[in-house]
Design a protein around this ligand. Structure first.
Ligand SMILES: NC(=O)c1ccc[n+]([C@@H]2O[C@H](COP(=O)([O-])OP(=O)(O)OC[C@H]3O[C@@H](n4cnc5c(N)ncnc54)[C@H](OP(=O)(O)O)[C@@H]3O)[C@@H](O)[C@H]2O)c1
Length: 291
């Protein structure tokens, strides 16, 4: 099933306990792109529910307007309209480090909680922003930034809160997984598998972040901080692209009872140090995931 970051964003806006308390929350949305539009649609489906969409912020807002957004929602291209508003929660879906980071900080300082799917921002400034949220008595929720369709972050933070984790390993990038699976199944070369992924909407026009491993690396940073409770920076994690892989490599991998996937691994060693790797390599699946 395709990941649904918008569902995770919507879940995180309204934790069940707050909703059951009968409170209504005013929501300001920053970023009306792929995820932002879907979140707005979910919020607009239940106009009498506990979540009231009040603002939509985006640059050049005129070209973004659609007729299915309720009339009371204010469209704006001035972030100040959002920051100075009485919205309880800012949902940040613009992406990128800045100005998103500055606006998330300002929203927390203005007494708003923040929900974001921005993996780059959380990987880069997560601990600092979480500290700020604690200081201002607000929440910063970022479950949609990693594995948006499954409750990975909340499972680690709440479901496994009493456990000590030492190793996180997995496939964190769907685009690379699609490309490598296609190459393996059909014998296609990297370029044609990438082209097909782009045509089907599984890869972006500029695939650098996925193919080079930067997207998986940002997710690994977040999972490492949440799961292993170690602060690590993206630059500390070696990262290898999948573009040099050729269709013929799958044949060699098969001879070794291996396949080729982009596996992200973070491991805390027993002396409490940290050994980290975000790499692509021919790996027996069981060894990669189970050690
Ligand atoms: N797409 C996914 O499946 C997915 C999954 C998980 C997480 N995420 C994360 O969710 C976030 C949004 O992703 P997306 O795919 O929805 O991106 P997107 O389609 O590019 O949407 C971003 C929106 O924000 C607007 N925006 C960007 N910078 C802005 C700025 N400085 N001022 C005002 N508006 C600005 C963009 O306006 P323009 O139209 O003018 O560019 C666009 O409407 C990212 O952090 C991404 O990593 C996405």
């Amino acid at each position: 099933m395709a990941p649904r970051p918008e569902s995770k964003v919507a879940d995180q806006i309204a934790p069940e306990r707050s909703v059951s308390a009968g409170r209504k929350f005013k929501i300001a949305l920053a970023g009306f792109g792929t995820v932002g539009r879907s979140v707005a649609k979910l919020l607009s489906q239940n106009p009498h529910g506990p979540l009231i969409l009040t603002h939509i912020f985006n640059r050049n807002i005129e070209r973004k307007k659609v007729d299915w957004i309720p009339g009371h929602v204010r469209w704006t291209e001035q972030i100040e309209d959002v920051l100075a508003s009485d919205a309880d929660i800012l949902v940040e879906l613009m992406g990128g480090l800045e100005p998103a980071g500055e606006w998330v900080s300002q929203a927390l300082r203005a007494g708003k909680s923040v929900v974001t799917a921005n993996k780059l921002l959380i990987a880069d400034r997560g601990p600092e922003l979480l500290r700020l949220a604690r200081q201002t008595g607000r929440q910063l929720q970022f479950g949609a930034s990693v594995a948006g369709g499954i409750p990975a972050i909340i499972a680690i933070q709440e479901g496994l809160a009493g456990d000590r984790l030492y190793r996180i390993a997995g496939i964190l990038n769907g685009t690379c997984n699609y490309i490598l699976t296609k190459m393996e199944a059909t014998g296609a070369g990297f370029d044609s598998a990438l082209k097909e992924a782009q045509e089907l909407g599984f890869a972006e026009a500029d695939p650098t972040s996925d193919v080079e491993g930067y997207d998986a690396r940002a997710k690994l940073v977040i999972l490492t901080q949440a799961g292993l409770r170690v602060n690590v920076r993206s630059e500390q994690i070696p990262c290898a692209p999948i573009s040099p892989i050729d269709a013929v490599d799958f044949g060699y991998a098969r001879e070794l009872n291996c396949t080729i996937r982009q596996i992200s691994i973070a491991q805390k060693d027993t002396k409490n140090g940290l050994r980290l790797l975000a790499a692509v390599r021919p790996t027996p699946p069981l060894c990669a995931l189970c050690g």
